[in-house]
Design a protein around this ligand. Sequence first.
Ligand SMILES: Cc1cc2nc3c(=O)[nH]c(=O)nc-3n(C[C@H](O)[C@H](O)[C@H](O)COP(=O)(O)OP(=O)(O)OC[C@H]3O[C@@H](n4cnc5c(N)ncnc54)[C@H](O)[C@@H]3O)c2cc1C
Length: 264
Amino acid sequence: MFTIKEFVQPKTIEEAYSILVSRRNNTLIGGSAFLRMGSKKIDTAVDLSKLELNYIKNQDDYIEIGAFTSFREIETSPLLVNNFNGVISNAVKNIIGVQFRNIVTVGASVFSKYGFSDLITALLALDTEVELYKAGRMRLDEFLKRPYERDILTRVFIKKNQRQASYQQLRNSVSDYPILNVAVSRLENQWIIAVGARPQTAAIARNASEELTNNLRVDDLEHYANIAAKELTFGTNERGTAKYRQVMCKVLVRRAIMEVLQCE
Ligand SMILES: Cc1cc2nc3c(=O)[nH]c(=O)nc-3n(C[C@H](O)[C@H](O)[C@H](O)COP(=O)(O)OP(=O)(O)OC[C@H]3O[C@@H](n4cnc5c(N)ncnc54)[C@H](O)[C@@H]3O)c2cc1C
C-alpha cells in the first residue's frame, strides 16, 4: 500500500503543477486505483478532483474529455456511444467491474502509457489529441513516443467526424488484463490500425494502414493483417508469448476490418 505524508486538493491547474514539481516524491492522484497497488512513499499527494476536469463536452469540431472523467462516464456517455461505432465504450466496458470503472480516470490512464491499456488503443485509432499543462497540445501518437517528463494531462480531444471503428480484444478472462487488443477505423478511404497490449504501449501499424488505405481488397483481408503482424514488435509476459500475440494479431486485425466494413 502507498503512503502519503500530505494531501492537497488544489483549485487551479497552475497550483497543482507547482506543487507537483516542487518535490521529487510529490504525486498526482487520479482515481488512485493503480497507485494503491504499489508501495510508493508520497510526500504530497496532489488530488485533481477540484480542478473541474470531470466532463465530456460536445464542441464544434471535437469531443473534449476532461482528465478527471471516469471510465464509467466515457463508457456510458451517449455522445461517445453514438460516435465512432461506440469504440470508446466498447474498449473500456470489460475492465474489472462498474465500481472500478467509476473510479479510474482518463487522464491517469493516457498519461501513464500503460502497455495493457484498452483506452489508448481505441483512442489511437481515432483522430485524438491530448493536452498537457506544460508541453501543450499534440497528437496522441506523438505524445506516446515522447520520453517521460513530469506534467499534468488536462484534456483529451477526439475530432468529430464520420470515422467508423471496431475494437477487438483477447483476454484469458473478462476481468483480466488484455493479452492483445486492436482498434481499426476508417474515415472515407483512410484507415488506421492500432495494436496494443503487445505488451508494449499501443502503436499504429503504419504500413498495414497505408496498404489498406491505398489498395483495399475485401476478399483478401489476411494480406493487411499479415502486414500489421509483421511490422509491429511483440513481447512475452505471463499472459502470452510474442509468437502467440503475433498470430492473434492477424486474427483480431482481420475481425476488426470486417466489422468496420459492415458499418457502411
Ligand atoms: C487491478 C487493476 C486492473 C486493471 N486492468 C486494466 C485493464 O484490463 N485494461 C485497462 O485498460 N486498464 C486496466 N487498469 C488500469 C486502469 O484502467 C487505470 O488506467 C489505472 O488505474 C489508472 O487510473 P487511476 O485514475 O486509478 O490512476 P492513479 O492510480 O490515480 O494514477 C496512476 C498514475 O497516473 C498519474 N496521474 C494521475 N492523473 C494524472 C494526470 N491527469 N496527468 C498526469 N499523470 C496523472 C499518477 O500520479 C500515477 O502515477 C487496471 C488497473 C488496476 C489497478
